[in-house]
Design a protein around this ligand. Sequence first.
Ligand SMILES: [Zn+2]
Length: 68
Amino acid sequence: MFGNNTIGVNFMYCAFCNSFKEKGIWLLGRFLCRECEKELTKILPVNPAYPFIVKRFRNFFLKQKQLW
Ligand SMILES: [Zn+2]
């Protein structure tokens, strides 16, 4: 599920920061890297970066909706 195999570590494409990362979680069928996961938890509660982050996450979930 996380893309690991016996040969080595696969780098998964994070749909949030648009880069390949080794570690992360699956969220609604999309890969969310550990850095973005931390970023998400950091914005709760609201901080100055919140509007920017929310916009990125809105894109993230809109992309996901299109797959449904
Ligand atoms: Zn990421």
